[in-house]
Design a protein around this ligand. Structure first.
Ligand code: SAM
Length: 275
């Protein structure tokens, strides 16, 4: 027999693409609460319809008025209330933080029903060190601010994980190539969906690939920690080409030798051929 849910706020993760990823517990909670607070009632309405669940939906995001938050907390104080976002785990680059803070302040029970989050799915696929990682949300869309964030995080000895959009991918990769040269990068795209892919390489290689195959869909961008330098021949070649874009052959060879440990004389000879 399903136990009735105690009053409180239930943070419920939902699929990031593949509807099969909704957990049995998420379904039980979504079916058992008094109402579901959600970012977009149409998006969550579709998910619940797919799951065969009828629920009262209340629109909520972190810009909601105090009155809306009070209303939701009034429900959660006496009945179970779920919070979902459009996809994935609420609070992870999604609404919910303000509501959780306010619920905790009022002594309302807060519990979380875990499930998919694109950042974690990407980390498991990318082939970059997963023992230490830093999730930093979306990279800023403006070039200067993006570079500032990258510089600020450059020395952190962990894999860096960002959310990104397809139209901004090339600019982000370009900035990574310049601000964090020599780092291995991975692009995880359309996770859990039909066209899921995870491609890794140097920023220059990835820029070249996505110039030829413009990316579509949702993207997680990962940057390997300092020290995880790119070392394959193709990576070294790509770095050299990238360095030659704005440096003399001797400077480009020296820079790539420093980053990769490859032989500087051989790099110089290749740089002259490429020039
Ligand atoms: N809360 C969500 C989570 O836990 O993953 C993230 C919400 S955030 C507003 C949306 C961003 O997450 C997208 O722009 C993309 O960067 C990333 N994302 C979401 N679903 C994805 C997927 N299926 N594949 C790759 N990235 C995804």
């Amino acid at each position: 027999m399903v136990q009735p849910l105690v009053p409180g706020l239930y943070i419920v993760a939902t699929p990031i693409g593949n509807l099969g990823d909704v957990s049995a517990r998420a379904m039980a909670v979504l079916g058992g609460v008094a109402a579901v607070a959600c970012e977009d009632t149409r998006v969550t309405g579709k998910l619940l319809h797919h799951l065969g669940i009828k629920q009262k939906l209340i629109r909520y995001d972190d810009h909601a008025s105090d009155a809306t938050r009070d209303h939701l907390l009034g429900i959660a104080a006496t009945s179970p209330l779920a919070l979902v976002s459009d996809a994935g785990t609420p609070l992870v680059s999604d609404p919910g933080y303000q509501l959780v803070v306010a619920a905790r302040e009022r002594g309302i029970v807060v519990t979380s029903i875990p499930g998919p989050s694109a950042a974690i799915v990407a980390l498991t696929l990318a082939g970059l060190p997963s023992d230490r990682f830093l999730f930093a949300g979306f990279l800023p869309s403006k070039d200067k601010a993006r570079r500032e964030v990258l510089t600020e995080l450059a020395a952190i000895k962990a894999t860096l994980v960002f959310y990104e959009t397809a139209p901004r991918l090339a600019a982000a990769l370009g900035a990574i190539g310049e601000e964090l040269p020599g780092r291995m990068v991975a692009v995880a795209r359309e996770l859990t969906k039909k066209f899921e892919e995870c491609r890794s390489g140097s920023p220059a290689e990835l820029i070249a690939h996505y110039a030829a195959h413009p990316p579509k869909g949702e993207i997680v961008l990962l940057i390997g920690p300092p020290g995880e330098v790119v070392t394959s021949e193709a990576d070294v070649e790509a770095l050299l080409k990238s360095a030659l874009a704005d440096r003399k052959p001797s400077q480009a060879a020296a820079e790539v030798a420093r980053l990769t440990g490859a032989d500087r004389k051989a790099l110089y000879a290749r740089a002259l051929e490429l020039k």
